[in-house]
Design a protein around this ligand. Structure first.
Ligand SMILES: CC(C)(COP(=O)(O)OP(=O)(O)OC[C@H]1O[C@@H](n2cnc3c(N)ncnc32)[C@H](O)[C@@H]1OP(=O)(O)O)[C@@H](O)C(=O)NCCC(=O)NCCS
Length: 271
């Protein structure tokens, strides 16, 4: 039986293993062991998942301020590819929440790529984090295997860890998908099996709207990069347009029977 631990990391070797994971996931360590050690010392949080004593996933979050409040800014979270989709990301976020609440911190913020549906599923639907800003090309273009040189657009999400919304999401209470809601984009499948936008509607005014996004962004970036770039620019246009019109992101629905194997953001018009 493998021994699984999720906890704050300690000791140079555990931080070195976080550098290794960064190399595998992004090609180079953006947060070296020195940075991680210093972060752990000054009220940030470096949390890892250890399997039989080896770090296979980690979160790196530093203490900072966002919109005038003390927060943890979770700059990196990564799970080694062979351990994804086994709930390690969710477990680490739960531990991070407990650590932060014990220190009197009520928000954990981070950025993620709006077109990475796995991240959207975890961050918005499972955790209840709310996108508060859309940033164009946030970190510049990286050549990494995840980004493939595309503009690095990002949501900034605020995970308000002491709220009822978050408690409910962590208990698995999620609203159902409503396929009858108006759709901002109409898509069709390409010969390679990836969705592409056929029509985009920017004049909708309904209370709630659906925006479809691709479910297999990494495969699309590897096999159909021009289409992935089109998605980047079209999703940017859609989200920026509706955010400026007073909508916010309410939820995200991953591929499943209710969504006919497609992914959707749910936008809600603010009161
Ligand atoms: C993002 C990441 C940290 C998530 O970790 P993880 O351990 O795989 O996450 P979990 O298993 O807890 O949750 C993943 C969820 O996405 C779902 N999922 C998997 N593939 C999906 C897809 N193509 N579209 C939508 N959802 C998907 C999983 O089913 C799971 O949801 P469920 O628990 O409801 O079944 C990990 O995938 C990773 O390291 N990615 C590369 C680096 C990265 O993007 N880091 C974050 C930004 S810094």
């Amino acid at each position: 039986m493998p021994r699984l631990e999720v906890r704050l990391l300690k000791g140079i070797e555990e931080f070195r293993q976080c550098e290794e994971i960064q190399r595998h996931v992004w090609g180079a360590p953006g947060a070296t062991r020195e940075v991680l050690i210093a972060t752990q010392k000054c009220e940030g949080a470096v949390i890892g998942t250890l399997l039989n004593g080896k770090v296979v996933a980690f979160i790196y979050a530093f203490l900072g301020q966002y919109r005038g409040r003390w927060i943890h800014w979770s700059h990196q979270m990564a799970v080694e590819a062979e351990y994804r989709d086994q709930g390690f990301g969710l477990r680490m976020k739960r531990v991070h929440r407990r650590v932060a609440l014990a220190r009197g911190i009520k928000s954990i913020c981070w950025t993620f790529d709006p077109l990475q549906s796995r991240n959207a599923r975890l961050n918005i639907a499972r955790l209840g984090a709310i996108p508060e800003e859309y940033i164009e090309d946030c970190y510049g273009r990286f050549p990494s295997v995840l980004e493939r040189g595309l503009p690095s657009d990002r949501w900034v999400v605020n995970w308000k860890i002491a709220t009822r919304r978050v408690e409910e999401r962590l208990r698995g209470k999620n609203p159902a998908f409503d396929p009858a809601l108006p759709r901002v984009n109409e898509t069709r499948l390409t010969a390679q099996g990836f969705p592409e936008n056929e029509k985009i509607h920017l004049a909708l005014t309904g209370h709630r709207l659906l925006v479809e996004t691709p479910g297999q962004t990494e495969a699309m970036r590897a096999r159909a990069l021009p289409l992935a770039e089109r998605w980047r620019m079209e999703a940017r246009r859609i989200f920026q347009h509706y955010l400026a019109k007073g909508y916010c992101v309410e939820d995200f629905f991953p591929p499943g029977p209710a969504t006919e194997a497609r992914c959707f953001y749910l936008l809600r018009r603010r009161a």
